[in-house]
Design a binder for this molecule. Structure first.
Ligand code: AMP
Ligand code: ZN
Length: 116
């Protein structure tokens, strides 16, 4: 199940080959702080399994997707975000997805933000 892509930057983060500031890790998910944050708190929640985009998921991934979404509010609370947050999944070229490993941006903290 835990298939990884040797050329994928997020798979390298999961493997510890590229450093990251981790916010959460469990059997199926990793969350780490975005290197170029748009907001005071900006984390990326990713599956450890390499799935390129949200357009590639199948019904077998429903539980994994539920786990990604369910982690977001718990993580924000843990990181001190108490006044709401944004969750964004960019998908494909027109969706402006830059890294081809499924990830959910979760952004919060007091405004103004850098972007978003
Ligand atoms: P997207 O445009 O949705 O594909 O977003 C990719 C995100 O990954 C951007 O917000 C980048 O800042 C972030 N990113 C790229 N490389 C790294 C890295 N090595 N560590 C943390 N975040 C990264
Ligand atoms: Zn990957």
């Amino acid at each position: 199940m835990s298939h990884s892509d040797p050329n994928c930057i997020f798979c390298k983060i999961i493997a510890g080959q590229i450093p990251s500031k981790k916010a959460h890790e469990d059997d199926q998910l990793l969350a780490f702080h975005d290197i170029n944050p748009w907001a005071p708190v900006h984390v990326l929640i990713i599956p450890k399994q390499h799935i390129a985009t949200l357009a590639d998921v199948a019904p077998e991934h429903d539980a994994l997707l539920g786990a990604m979404l369910g982690l977001a509010p718990r993580l924000m609370k843990q990181l001190g975000v108490s006044n709401g947050f944004r969750t964004i999944i960019n998908t494909g070229r027109d969706g402006m997805q830059e890294v081809q490993h499924l990830h959910m941006h979760v952004m919060g903290g007091p405004r103004p933000w850098v972007r978003g």
